[in-house]
Design a protein. Structure first.
Length: 150
């Protein structure tokens, strides 16, 4: 029989990532929708909402998900630059694919925001990719569970 407590411990990190991912994604969507409603283009709104979400995601991941305890300026800067550099790839994917998906006809008006359905679809793909990148590259741990000092 499945033990819910064991399963929760086993999947603690992915569950935390999912929890904070929902928060960060919500921030991304909120900023995106507010900017679109101010008549900014979908592209500009997407770029700005992505940038804000990346900054928030870095600190959520560092502190609560992957528990990177080093606050040495050099280490934090290195983690942040790796995080941003790798998020640029998934960000480019998002920034390019959302408008393309809208142009291809997936442009239903969802919660009164044009392009929001495309944004939601792409966000699901991005969340999985970003978790794997963060876990295995940015906040990589050694066999003893300690963060690798880069």
């Amino acid at each position: 029989m499945l033990n819910p407590l064991k399963m929760t411990n086993k999947y603690k990190q992915p569950l935390k990532y999912l929890f904070f991912g929902i928060i960060v994604t919500s921030i991304n969507w909120l900023v995106f929708s507010r900017l679109v409603l101010t008549s900014l283009s979908i592209f500009i709104s997407n770029v700005l909402s992505w940038a804000i979400a990346v900054i928030v995601a870095f600190f959520c991941n560092k502190i609560w998900v992957f528990k990177s305890e080093s606050w040495n300026v050099k280490n934090v800067l290195k983690e942040f630059l790796n995080f941003v550099f790798l998020r640029i790839f998934t960000g480019i994917f998002e920034i390019i694919t959302v408008p393309i998906i809208v142009l291809l006809g997936f442009d239903l008006i969802f919660i009164s925001i044009t392009g929001m359905d495309a944004k939601i679809l792409v966000s699901g793909i991005i969340i999985v990719g970003n978790y794997l990148i963060s876990k295995y590259w940015v906040f990589k741990k050694t066999n003893k569970g300690k963060l690798v000092k880069k």
